[in-house]
Write a protein that binds this ligand. Structure first.
Ligand SMILES: O=C(O)CCC(=O)C(=O)O
Ligand SMILES: [Fe+2]
Length: 316
């Protein structure tokens, strides 16, 4: 018996490699996330204002503050992301973990849905991001942050370490606002092909000539809904041609005990039917684990998160 998905939905996911599910996050979780990010934004903005970098924020809403901060060149992406970056980690590299993020990562309906796909022993995988994508007409020329601009074609397995290649993992892409082709929703090429060669291009993306893009399917979804996909399913996003931001999180779950593909970052047991006491919910402890990870990594050599080299024949 499945807990949340119908057998038809599970079957669809298994053959097509993706599934769109509306109404996953509760209204309460969505409200908590928006409030928590509002508070993070206000704190960041007050700091930039004190430094004279941005205009007075008294009459600005969340989105206006983000736009003003972006225009002023203030670094807001990493302080809002829910993980450490793929670039060199420093002792003071910012990130955000809070109670609403923990509530989202452990949302019971979300976990029920993932349990229907890969079983009841679920670890929250540390490859997880917030994406707040400005209208692309407002982006600076040469904007380099992959999580701010449109996403290029890739398979998620290819952006984790090789040791995770046999791990059972599901990507859960959560819409915090409505996602549409105009504002940059995802598209996939249905199926679970082999791993394609990827190349360090604008982002780490599938080598030219591997995909038949005429087969791409757009995946609009309303706020609170989810797109699920298999780690081999090729996906990318539309450009945000609208006048507003596109807001999503992408989080992942793997079968507990299997390599996450990013072993230098912490993970936690989100669900366990075998050992319910191992389920972890303490957001402050979770935040401390990231802080400890950061302190341990800062003095060490950078650990590249991708395995692909630009000089391979596939990238010529
Ligand atoms: O949100 C995006 O633009 C890309 C998301 C993605 O690649 C993912 O969720 O794995
Ligand atoms: Fe992805």
């Amino acid at each position: 018996m499945t807990r949340m998905l119908t057998p038809e939905q599970v079957e669809f996911f298994e053959t097509e490699g993706y599934l769109v599910v509306e109404n996953v996050l509760s209204a309460d979780t969505l409200t908590a996330i928006r409030a928590e990010y509002g508070a993070v934004m206000d704190r960041l903005y007050a700091g930039w204002q004190a430094e004279g970098r941005v205009p007075d924020g008294t009459d600005l809403d969340f989105w206006q503050k983000l736009l003003a901060a972006y225009a002023a060149g203030c670094e807001w992406f990493q302080p809002m992301d829910i993980t450490l970056p793929g670039s060199k980690i420093e002792a003071d590299t910012p990130f955000h973990i809070g109670p609403a993020v923990m509530q989202m990562l452990t949302d019971p309906r979300l976990l029920d849905m993932v349990e229907d796909l890969i079983g009841p022993e679920l670890t929250s995988n540390p490859i997880q991001h917030v994406r707040l994508k400005p209208p692309s007409r407002t982006l600076r020329a040469g904007e380099a942050t992959a999580h701010i601009q449109a996403t290029d074609w890739h398979q998620d397995r290819a952006v984790a370490h090789e040791e995770g290649d046999d791990t059972q993992i599901v990507t859960v892409w959560l819409a915090i606002g409505d996602a549409t082709p105009e504002n940059g929703c995802l598209k996939v090429i249905p199926g679970k092909p082999q791993m394609y060669p990827h190349c360090p291009q604008r982002q780490t993306s599938i080598a030219a000539g591997c995909l038949d893009e005429t087969k791409a399917v757009a995946l609009p979804v309303k706020a609170g809904g989810a797109v699920l996909f298999h780690p081999l399913t090729p996906h990318c996003s539309f450009d945000n041609t609208s006048d507003s931001f596109r807001w999503s999180f992408d989080i992942r779950y793997n079968v507990t005990g299997q390599p996450t593909g990013r072993a230098h970052f912490p993970d936690f047991v989100a669900r366990s039917r075998a050992n319910p006491d191992s389920e972890f919910r303490d957001w402050q402890h979770w935040k401390r684990q990231w802080e400890e990870t950061r302190a341990a990594l800062a003095p060490k050599d950078h650990i590249p998160i991708h395995r692909w080299k630009g000089d391979s024949p596939a990238c010529a």
